[in-house]
Design a protein around this ligand. Structure first.
Ligand code: COA
Length: 276
């Protein structure tokens, strides 16, 4: 894929990490129709590109993403039902379908403003790290719309009911520290160490057995809606699938290195992989 042709997004791949940057800093990286279309192509490409082993989603300038572009996504599509229909599908496709099913680790690196519709890709990523002073907000109540496009649902799934109601019904902004305290992001750090801490987490994830990682991620995604009986059966089947797909046979390696070679402790770290 020729990344140089992209306009609303930029992509850089460095040592296995694909840095995908929403790139409309003059509009605080608000999501335009063009950004949605570019993201779909990028994520399809990166999902199978061997040079990309992990994805970091972030924003250019002082913003992660100021939500949907209120002019281009709302006002200009209000009287164009066909285009609006297509754009609602496109917006949902990458922010939720592609990101939650992305077959490699994903990290949202929230470098600044994160409003409204940006919550969906934020929660869809496996991990989220924010700058302490990044500003988050469910601003929909401030301009007469619902936190739709899964925004209300991902908020409810991530934080307590009371916190979800408080921020959706007041529209009050909150910072990265508060987002971490509520569990909306994993942790927050000073902006100066955001890239370093994200890279550190990325390297930790890159050292894992990729098939085991992918299978656990898929299982966690689907298990939430299942009954205990369904979950039990699904996990048995998933385990068999994983062992069939795992080219490095991590289960046998892990047992051998712990029980026979006594070279590591599974409780404290992962087994020695041949790629290391
Ligand atoms: N949609 C469209 N344009 C947006 C936008 C959005 N979501 N967010 C910012 N912009 C545009 C502004 O209109 C402005 O454009 P202009 O330079 O042509 O006038 C430009 O980006 C800079 O925005 P500005 O408000 O001047 O920047 P700021 O740094 O003072 O404030 C925000 C940043 C993010 C706090 C503010 O822009 C904002 O509240 N944006 C809307 C956030 C929101 O409610 N999103 C939910 C949408 S679902």
């Amino acid at each position: 894929m020729d990344f140089s042709k992209l306009e609303a997004v930029s992509v850089r791949i460095d040592q296995g990490i694909a840095w995908v940057t929403m790139n409309r800093p003059e509009k605080r990286n608000a999501m335009s129709p063009q950004m949605h279309r570019e993201m779909i192509d990028i994520l399809y490409y990166l999902a199978t590109a061997p040079e990309a082993k992990l994805l970091v989603l972030t924003g250019a300038g002082n913003s992660f993403c100021a939500g949907q572009d209120i002019k281009q996504f709302f006002r200009e599509l209000d009287d164009k039902p066909a285009e609006k229909y297509n754009m609602l599908l496109a917006s949902h496709e990458w922010r939720w379908n592609q990101l939650t099913r992305f077959p490699k680790p994903t990290i949202a690196m929230v470098n600044g403003y994160c409003f409204g519709a940006a919550f969906t890709p934020l929660v869809a990523c496996d991990f989220a790290i924010a700058a302490d002073d990044a500003q988050f907000g469910l601003s929909e109540i401030n301009w007469g719309i619902l936190p739709a496009g899964l925004v209300s649902k991902v908020m409810l799934d991530s934080v307590s009911y009371r916190n979800a109601r408080f921020y959706a019904l007041t529209g009050r902004p909150f910072d990265g520290r508060k987002a971490a305290e509520m569990g909306l992001v994993d942790f927050s750090v000073p902006i100066g160490s955001l890239v370093e801490e994200t890279t550190k987490l990325a390297q930790e994830l890159l050292a894992k057995n990729p098939q085991t990682y992918r299978s656990i991620k898929e299982a966690l995604h689907h298990l939430r809606g299942m009954s205990p009986e369904q979950a039990n059966d699904y996990l048995k089947a998933k385990e068999s699938e994983m062992r069939f797909l795992d080219r490095e046979n991590g289960r046998a390696q892990g047992m051998k290195q712990f029980l026979d070679d006594k070279t590591y402790r599974p409780g404290l770290g992962h087994y020695k992989r041949e790629t290391e």
